[in-house]
Design a protein around this ligand. Structure first.
Ligand SMILES: [Zn+2]
Ligand SMILES: [Zn+2]
Length: 319
């Protein structure tokens, strides 16, 4: 997943402006604001060994965009009260929700929280999604604010929003947000056998769809030009363009295209320990069935597995 942000130069990274007495830097993004929304922020200065060296109260503003984001944080706290309570004090919850939302803004990929947000890639529409966003993005988020920068921020402001954020911090935030987005969209789903297939299921086990992550759906099925006789077909038949499910594909990768691979996949499915090819099991693949046979609901539905197990037991094979 790629998050596209404007070129670094367009963000005026690192360019600061000096403030007059009537101006304040936005506590979050650092741009110049007027005195209408001034707030006092406790600024902690840390020594090189990480200890708190100094603490003082400084005055910052809050720009319109960052005030709007604060509203979204309030909306989230109101909508997901138990998740907000789990953060501790209400102020802490608001700060955290605000901070993770700010990661999206800083990267030019704002996170939506409105009721209509369901289905948007970059949106929070459930407590679970918010919880995942916190989990992924809270660490880079909490040190993002202009007022949290180590030193020399009073009396100056950013020429552009978030201009104080270093390239390293920006990359870390981008990775965190990308991981969250990927986790959101990467839910397993059922991928049906591709429609260009000559048959309606996996050429071996016959299933009609397989569960795969969205990001892997293109590789869920393995394509094959198959002589059906290789899978137990008896008639002389045309070669078929078929697809094979992931489990049967791995059996084919080990044993090659043939009945031994079918046995390996079937025995694995049944949990039977038999060396493939060591018994006369007469397993046929789905591709050997008449064309137009509907796909199996479960793998190997076209095989009488109970009879097969009895046969194997009578041969003294299997477990
Ligand atoms: Zn701002
Ligand atoms: Zn299969």
């Amino acid at each position: 997943m790629t998050i596209t942000t404007p070129p670094e130069s367009a963000l005026a990274v690192g360019v600061t402006v000096t403030l007059t007495g009537e101006e304040f830097a936005c506590a979050a993004c650092g741009v110049v604001t007027d005195a209408a929304h001034v707030e006092s922020v406790t600024v902690n200065t840390f020594s090189r060994d990480g200890r708190l060296a100094e603490q003082h109260v400084a005055r910052f503003g809050r720009c319109a965009g960052c005030r709007e984001r604060r509203q979204r944080a309030e909306t989230l706290a109101h909508r997901y009260p138990s998740l907000a309570a789990a953060q501790g004090a209400r102020q802490v919850a608001l700060d955290r929700f605000d901070a993770v939302l700010a990661v999206g803004e800083m990267l030019g990929a704002p996170v939506r929280v409105d009721d209509a947000a369901t289905g948007f890639v970059s949106a929070v529409a459930s407590a679970k999604e918010l919880s995942a966003l916190l989990q992924h993005a809270l660490v880079p988020a909490m040190s993002l604010a202009y007022s949290r920068q180590p030193e020399g921020r009073e009396g100056t402001a950013n020429a552009a929003p978030w201009g104080h954020v270093t390239p390293e911090h920006r990359s870390e935030a981008r990775r965190a947000l990308a991981a969250w987005l990927k986790a959101r969209v990467d839910k397993p789903r059922f991928i049906p056998v591709p429609t260009d297939s000559d048959i309606l299921g996996c050429a071996a086990c016959g299933v009609g769809s397989v569960a795969a992550l969205a990001s892997e759906s293109a590789e869920a099925w393995h394509s094959l030009d198959l002589d059906p006789r290789a899978f137990g077909g008896r008639r002389q038949a045309e070669r078929l363009w078929v697809h094979v499910c992931p489990r049967c594909t791995s059996a084919i990768e080990t044993h090659g295209v043939g009945v031994t691979a079918l046995e390996a996949a079937l025995f694995a499915h049944l949990g039977i320990r038999v060396v493939p090819g060591s018994v006369e099991a007469r397993v046929t693949g789905f591709a050997a069935l008449p064309l137009g046979t509907p796909a199996n609901d479960t793998p190997w539905g076209h095989i009488d597995t109970a009879a097969l197990k009895r046969d194997l037991a009578s041969m003294g094979a299997g477990a």
